[in-house]
Design a protein around this ligand. Structure first.
Ligand SMILES: *[C@@H]1O[C@H](CO)[C@@H](O)[C@H](O)[C@H]1NC(C)=O
Length: 353
């Protein structure tokens, strides 16, 4: 147990964001093809860029490390925290009381703990700079690990079962009372990420996530990329996941139009009848051309967060990101300065409720 815990903390405390571009995978090539079809005006340079960045599917994940220095920097107290957060607000009641057969079965209602919907996706372990990004909202780490003081800082910390490789750590840590919500797999539709077929994901969900519903957890679905095939993946997953319940649908969005984001998440909400958790989003051009400038990123954030703040069915959102290394995403989306303080966009995000 101790050895396992230390190993987990070593993994999570560094949590260096490393992107996998997957340009040689079949999935990425198929996606490139789809994007090309949708953006026929894109030139040769655009194609090269897409292949480097795996089109709209480029994502980031914590990279495991075995550095003992990293492990030593972490105080392992997370497993003894039995605090529960069960606050719910009436506006966050279950979104779908009569799910159609083609829709997932709604669970007991979703919330991020009743607080703010401004989330923090956090990959810096127990770095003290977390105290500079208090939102009163949810926090997740792309892993089952939760920063030691996240709850003290007012966050509702939420473990994630990122994918197959975290099953051991997840089952050790995520017991009754560890948290009140759990997130499913990270980009299972992407070969460079958790890379799970809908059927396999449903099997893993049934075995490791669904039982948590009876232990007080709200269950948030896997989060696909914003690639064209993600909706089909979700439909197949929900069909395969018989007997599964969901309190929210997680989703990622990268693009340069906030209106596209609004249309995209609205479509997923309408299609699946679940509250939406946007667990990654940013102003990022995967079409091969120029990236947005700072003013455009600021405007994208304003429009997207204004909309999401106004929708009861958006329960949480997490900008990408609060980090030093943006891993290839347009650095104008960064919320953190080198000294760990928010930059101007960071303050805009924190004040966005
Ligand atoms: C993104 O790239 C496309 C394709 O090259 C380009 O047409 C578009 O103007 C770019 N978007 C922004 C916001 O610069």
């Amino acid at each position: 147990m101790a050895a396992k815990l230390i190993n987990l903390l070593a993994i999570s405390s560094l949590a260096i964001l490393a992107c996998s571009f997957g340009a040689t995978s079949a999935n990425a090539l198929v996606t490139d093809h789809n994007l090309l079809a949708r953006h026929p005006a894109a030139g040769h340079a655009g194609l090269a860029q897409r292949k480097r960045q795996s089109s709209s599917t480029k994502r980031c994940k914590p990279r495991p490390t075995t550095s003992s220095a990293a492990a030593a920097a972490v105080t392992p107290t997370t497993t003894t925290d039995t605090t529960t957060h069960t606050t719910t607000s009436s506006k966050q009641a279950a979104a779908s009381s009569t799910p159609a057969s083609s829709q997932p079965q709604a669970g007991s209602g979703a919330s991020s703990g009743g607080g703010s919907k401004i989330g923090i996706a956090w990959a810096l372990g127990d770095d003290p700079s977390l105290a500079n990004f208090k939102t009163g909202g949810p926090l997740y780490t792309w892993s089952p690990y939760l920063p030691t003081n996240a709850r003290e800082l007012g966050f509702n910390p939420i473990p994630q079962l990122w994918g197959d490789k975290q099953i051991g750590d997840f089952t050790n840590l995520v017991v009754e009372g560890y948290a009140d919500t759990v997130l499913g797999f990270n980009e299972p539709d992407q070969s460079g990420q958790s890379n799970m077929s809908p059927q396999h994901a449903a099997d893993v969900w049934k075995q490791y996530i669904q039982p948590l519903a009876n232990k007080g957890y709200k269950l948030i679905s896997p989060a696909c990329t914003s690639a064209p095939d993600s909706k089909g993946w979700m439909q197949q997953f929900f069909a395969a996941c018989t007997g599964c319940t969901f309190d929210g649908l997680a989703i990622h969005f990268y693009g340069t139009s906030a209106q596209d984001l609004i249309n995209y998440i609205t479509d997923f909400h309408t299609t699946f009848g679940l509250p939406i958790w946007v667990t990654e989003f940013a102003d990022q051009n995967f079409s091969g051309g120029a990236q947005a400038n700072q003013g455009e990123v600021d405007a994208f954030m304003t429009q997207a967060t204004d909309f999401m703040n106004g929708q009861d069915w958006v329960h949480a959102y997490f900008w990408f990101g609060v980090m030093h290394d943006m891993s290839g995403v347009n650095p104008d989306n960064q919320l953190m300065q080198g000294n760990g303080q928010p930059n101007a966009l960071g303050y805009q995000y924190l004040g966005g409720n």
